[in-house]
Design a protein around this ligand. Structure first.
Ligand code: AMP
Length: 215
């Protein structure tokens, strides 16, 4: 069973997906993380994707489909949270047409005001080793500049979190990803959550919504 998490860059899909994975035992697949891992390993796919990612553009659909098929695998008796896929209508249709045991059972839209998105993204820092995410004011690491999870030092801004790249990513979201909300709304699979609240407040609603879909 697949639960799709939709939302603009900085909406908290990754944070909420991690909480659901840790506390409810679901499996989270982040296509952004999977792509960054390919880039880090220097694979052909990573080299193909990097230019698009650094500019804030979408990586071609056929690359994403290969990533998704590899990550999903054939095990169907689990709940999978998709963070970052689909990001356009073609991807939503590809997911629908995908062979295998995985079917979308619900779609969460984390809806966050533009001003709050910008504040979240500008303060975001990422561990260069394990990818854990922090916010300089809202959720800083326990020891300055050091990852709580793996103790690596040198928390850094993502290359695509600069103001210029964020402007491009928000435009891509408005043009390509917003229509995906209507695609799922028309199928009656859509649930909107107010993502302007604290992570724990959002999580409480999210947990019960997802539980009602996967029981
Ligand atoms: P994220 O970590 O989800 O913000 O994704 C980072 C970047 O990876 C995006 O800006 C895109 O360049 C790329 N990416 C992630 N998911 C997708 C997708 N479903 N389709 C196309 N590009 C993607």
């Amino acid at each position: 069973m697949i639960v799709v998490m939709l939302g603009a860059p900085g909406a908290g899909k990754g944070t909420q997906g991690d909480l659901l994975a840790q506390r409810c035992g679901y499996r989270k697949i982040s296509t952004g993380d999977a792509l960054r891992s390919q880039v880090k390993q220097g694979t052909t796919m990573g080299r193909e994707a990097q230019g698009y990612m650094d500019q804030g553009h979408l990586v071609p659909d056929e690359v994403l489909l290969r990533i998704l098929e590899a990550e999903l695998g054939m095990k169907g008796d689990e709940v999978v949270l998709l963070d970052g896929y689909p990001r356009n209508i073609a991807q939503a249709k590809a997911l629908e047409a995908m062979e295998g045991p995985h079917k979308v059972v619900g779609v969460i839209h984390l809806d966050v005001d533009r001003e709050a998105l910008l504040a979240r993204i500008s303060g975001r820092r990422i561990c260069p080793s394990c990818g854990a995410s922090y916010h300089m004011s809202h959720s800083p690491p326990r020891v300055a500049d050091t990852c709580d999870r793996c103790q690596a030092r040198g928390l850094a801004q993502r290359p695509d979190d600069t103001p210029e790249r964020v402007a491009v990513r928000l435009q891509v979201y408005d043009e390509a990803t917003r229509p995906v909300i209507d695609f799922y709304r028309a199928k009656g699979m859509y649930g909107r959550l107010d993502g302007n609240r604290t992570p724990e407040q959002i999580f409480a609603d999210l947990k019960s919504t997802v539980a009602s879909w996967v029981q």
